[in-house]
Design a protein around this ligand. Sequence first.
Ligand SMILES: CC(C)CCC[C@@H](C)[C@H]1CC[C@H]2[C@@H]3CC=C4C[C@@H](O)CC[C@]4(C)[C@H]3CC[C@]12C
Length: 277
Amino acid sequence: MLPAVVKLCCGISYPHVRSMSGLQRTAVAVIGQEITHMKHWAQIKQCMGRYAGTKTAEVAVSEDQLFYMRHGKEALRKAVGMLEDTEGWKVEIKEGNGDVISSKVIPGAGKVFRLEAVLEASLDDLYDLLFVRVEDMHQWNPSIQHIKVLKRAGPETILTHEVSAETAGNLIGQRDFLSVRHSCKQKSCIYLGGAAIRLESFPPQPGFVRAEDGPTCIIIKPLDEDTTKCSFTWLLNMDVKGWLPKSIVNQGLPRAQLDFTKHLRKRLASVLYGNTK
Ligand SMILES: CC(C)CCC[C@@H](C)[C@H]1CC[C@H]2[C@@H]3CC=C4C[C@@H](O)CC[C@]4(C)[C@H]3CC[C@]12C
């Protein structure tokens, strides 16, 4: 309803907007951004509303689980907020296939990277590969050595231990991560959020540098004009820890995003042709 009303208003106001002064135009642009923000929020809140209490019809949710759900949702909310501010992004890499990586320095988060790509896949396939079967990711992505789900807090929140691979192209070196990952799947959109967590029962492993991922998120939406394709927006907000020159990190992170997307595309192509092994 809201988008229809907005479209109608835009149509009516178009001739007036053309004759506006600079400041008025800025105001209209800001209102436009606010509306996009509200739309996003309405969608996310639908997900947030689930499991709001401590008990659902069939399953009792423990304090612990509730804590992780909240943590995951909060990470997703923060990361989506960072992406929503479309001002101030600097294009870093434009690939021939249309993938674009931009960066921005955000107070409190440091330098974050945003990858925008179009993938030939359905929402269901992507949800399956990126969330439901997250433990199988190493099978198709050589940047990942292993991902283990340590705990489940409801169907949408998991705690994971992730280990990146020591590959030739990886300038940063091997890292491990302990994260809460939260998914929010709707008919026409998927949000995957995450953030680093600390668990006494899972301290940093000897020989590994424990990096911290997040607040981070991936937003996947079908393209309006072509339902066989999705837009894929990934906010990478990572503190790789260890002693490394900033220039190496700032080169290595966007590289890791491009590599990840390349392998994801390859996997999607084989899913499409029924050749997943
Ligand atoms: C540059 C070095 C340090 C790291 C390289 C590997 C990076 C790109 C890997 C390591 C762990 C990986 C994450 C592991 C788990 C998930 C959850 C899933 O639902 C979406 C993808 C996502 C979020 C992966 C994105 C890519 C990732 C961050």
